[in-house]
Design a protein around this ligand. Sequence first.
Ligand code: PBG
Length: 326
Amino acid sequence: MFTPYYRPRRLRRNENIRRMVRETQLSVNDLIFPMFVTEGKQIKNPINSMPGNYQFSIDLLVEEVKEVQKLGVPAIILFGIPEHKDDRGSDATSDDGIIQRAVRAIKDGVPEMYVITDICFCEYTDHGHCGAIIDGDVDNDSTLKMLGEQAITHARAGADMVAPSGMMDGMVGAIREALDDNGFEKIPIMSYAAKYSSAFYGPFRDAAESAPQFGDRRAYQMDPANAREALYEVDLDVEEGADIIMVKPALAYLDIICRVKERIDLPVAAYNVSGEFSMVKAAAKMGWIDEKKIALEMLTSIKRAGADLILTYFAKDAARWLKETE
Ligand code: PBG
């Protein structure tokens, strides 16, 4: 009979020693809560496919941001659903657009909250693509100009950070230049650098009413089969001046998070996207899994893989759960 000499179980015998040797600590400081804002007053539309998430009108959004702030979550990322959509997504670049007004209202009502804005056009265009369409294709370079304009209006409204998500070539450089030329050199850019063309965004497209009306996004978002290409995308964004690099989605892409973390010295963010959230919610509702344990295990795994920051619809719940275990 073989008697082991090395016994790793010695450090797992009780909760104290497990706490002492735990390598990864999930913290409320790591969390960014995504929120959706819509036109109107006193509106709180439940998003059916994402239980516990809502489209808020600006007045109620500010109240909700106060709650998020009370829970200790340091940051939110905002997505807007405008009243009018057109082929150039003009609400996105207007100082009076839904996001610009929402940012001003939040900065007025909850100035301590760190406000990040998503920079993209899919929620604002009538065709639902992430930029200007020319000859049936999203035109890269005219979209860059629009992205710069959008970022300036967000910064002018008081956004603390901008996060381009459209996967246009050169988007980070174009936005950095536009911000700097307009006196916003202090505003950081968190780039969705490796954003995959993923079926995990399904529930979000309901929430943000941003599904493409023709075709799909595979001509600009990345092929899920590619890993080295993600590193190339990351290198380009670092070179163009990104301050934080994001990988999205998170759970099916933990290998990418890990490789990006090993490669660069900037903070790495990961987006625990809508589909990842909704699958947990659905299974929990069926009574098949323990929601809290699963969610905390997933978030810890994303952090263990290398994410410093996690964008997650679980942020409010996780903040509560982490307090319980303190
Ligand atoms: C694009 C954007 C998307 C998400 C964040 N920003 C959707 C898309 O690319 O179709 C998805 C987030 C999620 O699924 O939670 N503006």
